[in-house]
Design a protein around this ligand. Structure first.
Ligand SMILES: Cc1cc2nc3c(=O)[nH]c(=O)nc-3n(C[C@H](O)[C@H](O)[C@H](O)COP(=O)(O)O)c2cc1C
Length: 171
């Protein structure tokens, strides 16, 4: 079978970071997934595992590490929101990728129709009702039914090879 010469073939005893390198070649957008604690506090994290699942009904998914301190909050929440970041929101992406308590301090947010924290000036927002949760390996996959969404023409923020990137559109 013909193969590209620049391919890497990790063996069983390969560096475990190789799988991250390989997966990092799949360029993604960047989102902040949010919800509310039982006490009504806004919480959220930077997430690039977001993906669409179904159009009719409209379903999306994302996965959360079992190590996240926010796991109990997302497990008990009936809803979550996905905020798709725009190209100029790297600071927000970095902030929400840290295990800190006051992520929303100074962040402009509004409550969506279903009470979820929506971040201002993002590319798109999806408010979802949690439809299913699947434990899989070291993550929980959340599937959400999109109840409400909004979008703009703002160019997206990308994540590629472990770094933030911008879209360069081909004509
Ligand atoms: C670009 C990017 C994408 C990420 N995607 C995910 C993800 O899909 N799921 C996840 O659990 N953590 C993801 N993380 C890591 C979390 O953002 C990070 O662990 C954060 O501290 C989690 O928030 P928490 O500690 O408040 O739970 C991602 C980080 C970055 C920088």
């Amino acid at each position: 079978m013909p193969m590209d010469n620049d391919f890497h073939f990790p063996t069983a005893d390969a560096d475990p970071r190789d799988i991250c390198k390989a997966l990092g070649l799949f360029a993604t957008g960047v989102t902040i997934v949010t919800t509310r604690t039982g006490a009504g506090e806004s919480i959220g994290l930077t997430c690039n595992s977001f993906s669409s699942v179904s159009l009719s009904p409209p379903l999306v998914l994302w996965s959360l590490s079992l190590r996240s301190p926010n796991l109990p909050n997302f497990l008990q929440a009936t809803h979550f929101a996905v905020n798709v970041l725009a190209h100029d929101q790297i600071d927000l992406a970095k902030r929400f990728a840290q295990p800190i308590a006051n992520k929303f301090e100074g962040v402009k947010q509004v409550s969506g129709a279903h009470g979820m924290p929506l971040i201002e000036h993002v590319g798109a927002q999806f408010e979802c009702r949690t439809e299913a949760r699947h434990y899989s390996g070291d993550h929980v996959i959340f599937i959400g039914n999109v109840l409400q969404y909004r979008f703009s023409e703002r160019a997206p923020l990308l994540f590629f090879r472990g770094r933030y990137a911008a879209v360069q559109e081909n004509s």
